[in-house]
Design a protein around this ligand. Structure first.
Ligand code: NOJ
Length: 553
């Protein structure tokens, strides 16, 4: 059984991030160190040991720059500073140093597509075309321009244009009307974004999550997504970053179908090395609701191979609504009916709920989904709080219901803050409330989800094939079973999942591994050896990971 270290060796020239695991956290909601009711960078520092104890490699912080927080920081007013409630640039440097001491890397969002309308650049632009930033945004007299472009925030916006009474022109925005899009046709804007990137890399950051990149450029007669000009700029940016920090963790948010996403990998070394695989996620929820693997099989078959140095990034939940953009109308309908029966649970084209409530707090399903997250191709992301099965608050507006304070303890404010008033209420309901669902309680309980998550992550770390190996989908006649083999040189892992609520028996063709020892990857105990047809049994929503040892015949 390879140890983590041997595993790294077997990566044989592949980038380190192939076997990494991410933890996504919202600084404002994680830990408040100074008692003002808002989480901050020093609070994150206090909790680095906890994050490291989970087996994480990379922490992704939601935006941390100054912002009116009308889109929780995705509305930046100054790219060169830290939001005052979160701390200072010195705190940020300290966070990087402390994280590195624990072998953790830190990335944050780079919001390139748009700024806040409060940004001084936009305020200058509003005053007219002759102003210093007059051409930094996308202005038009005609709100019919680019009419082939979809609206993303359908619940709040009816058009991608808004009228500015000062400039007496319309400005373009793909998201909220308070987030005007920058004009990437302007070379000054492109140069400025590179300056921003350099600034953060010089502070010591390990990489970025590039927000909303398919929308950087606009061209009449297109849908203004994935344009060749956008790819050209991203290649320019990558080349620039490579000069400053060649092994940066660069993750692109491209919420598109696989065939439109894969081009962002470029040749494998010249564009973006890591991309979310958005369409997999809703299909995992569909598969577990239907009890059959078809939807997952369908999307995996539709996913092209990707260049060797690149990697998918997968997730179950994040800070946004569970997006249903990359599904068919029928699938969307099914997922809404299953997972968001109340209108309040829906937002835009998605569902604003956390993992545990989505799965009815059924620990079997929660572990099954996490098992899929940790074994399917890609680098997994854990969303803060999901490791303890935190709940949500559907009565808060927008996506705030899945961004509530982290539940550390059973004490007042869940141990998140000593303030009287918090930026948002802690979840305090009968099932998911902080008094019984929190880190402390779960640390004390060896049977808790938190302990199981640690064990599962530790087990994944012993198997570099799960991060960087090939993927072979098995196709047993029993469609409730999602089984596959991951393989990287001599490290081979067979993962089997029962997507249904009934016990299942099935057999798999393990001819290739005939007479080779089979070990349970969690307990590391030998459970048998491969035969031409090997029989398996799984409990309702059960799963197993088996190491297939020895050389292939
Ligand atoms: C994508 C982010 O994930 C989301 O939270 C944000 O609202 C939009 N980009 C706009 O920046």
């Amino acid at each position: 059984m390879p140890s983590g270290k041997e595993g790294d060796k077997s990566l044989k020239g592949l980038p380190w991030f192939k076997t990494s695991i991410l933890y996504e956290l919202y600084v404002r909601a994680f830990k408040d160190s100074d008692g003002d009711g808002h989480g901050d960078l020093k609070g994150v520092i206090e909790k680095l040991d906890y994050i490291a104890s989970l087996g994480i490699d990379v922490i992704w912080l939601l935006p941390i720059s100054p912002s009116p927080l009308r889109d929780d920081g995705y509305d930046v007013t100054d790219y060169y500073d830290i939001h005052e409630q979160y701390g200072t640039l010195e705190d940020f440097k300290l966070l990087i140093r402390e994280a590195h001491k624990r072998k953790l890397k830190v990335i944050t969002d780079l919001v390139m597509n748009h700024t806040s309308s409060d940004h001084p650049w936009f305020q200058s632009s509003r005053r007219g075309p002759d102003q210093p930033k007059g051409n930094w945004y996308v202005w038009s007299d005609d709100p019919e321009r680019y009419s082939g472009t979809r609206v993303i925030f359908t619940d709040t916006e009816s058009s991608n244009w808004s009228f500015d009474p000062l400039r007496k022109q319309y400005y373009w925005h793909r998201f909220f009307s308070h987030q005007p899009d920058l004009n990437f046709d302007n070379s000054e804007v492109r140069r400025e974004m590179k300056r921003v990137v350099r600034f953060w890399l010089e502070l010591g950051i390990d990489g970025f999550r590039f927000d909303a990149i398919p929308y950087l450029f606009e061209r009449e007669g297109t849908n203004n997504e994935n344009l060749s000009e956008t790819h050209a700029f991203l290649r320019e940016l990558r080349a620039y970053i490579d000069e400053l920090k060649p092994d940066a963790f660069l993750l692109g948010e491209v919420n598109q179908w696989p065939e439109d996403t894969v081009p962002y990998f470029g040749t494998g070394t010249d564009e973006i090395p890591l991309l979310f695989h958005f369409p997999v996620m809703p299909r995992l929820f569909k598969a577990v609701a239907e009890g059959v693997r078809d939807s997952v099989e369908w999307i995996l078959e539709r996913t092209p191979d990707i260049p060797k140095p690149c990697q998918w990034v997968i997730f179950l939940r994040n800070h946004d609504e569970l997006t249903l953009e990359m599904v068919t109308p029928e699938e969307r309908n099914f997922l809404y009916q299953t997972y968001a029966p109340e209108p309040r649970m829906r937002l835009n084209l998605g569902i604003r709920r956390r993992l545990a409530p989505l799965l009815g707090n059924d620990m079997r399903k929660i572990k099954l989904m996490n098992s899929l997250l940790l074994t399917l191709p890609g680098t997994p992301i854990l969303y803060y709080g999901d490791e303890i099965g935190m709940g949500d608050h559907i009565w808060l507006d927008d996506r705030n219901g899945v961004r509530t304070p982290m539940q550390w303890q059973e004490t007042e404010n869940a141990g998140f803050s000593t303030a009287e008033e918090l930026f948002a209420p802690v979840v305090d309901d009968a099932v998911y409330g902080y008094r019984h669902r929190n880190v402390d309680v779960q640390e004390r309980d060896p049977e808790s989800l938190l302990h199981w998550m640690r064990t599962a992550i530790r087990t994944r770390r012993r198997h570099p094939s799960l991060g960087a190996g090939s993927f072979e989908l098995m196709t047993p006649a029993n469609r409730a079973i999602l089984a596959f083999i991951r393989e990287l040189s001599s490290d081979r892992l067979l993962a089997i999942h029962n997507l249904s609520g009934a016990a299942q028996q099935f057999d798999l063709d393990l001819e290739r591994f005939e007479s080779r020892p089979i070990t349970d990857a969690f307990s590391q105990r030998r459970v048998g050896s491969g035969q031409h047809r090997t029989e398996f049994e799984l409990e309702p929503y059960g799963f197993s990971w088996f190491a297939l040892e020895g050389d292939e015949r």
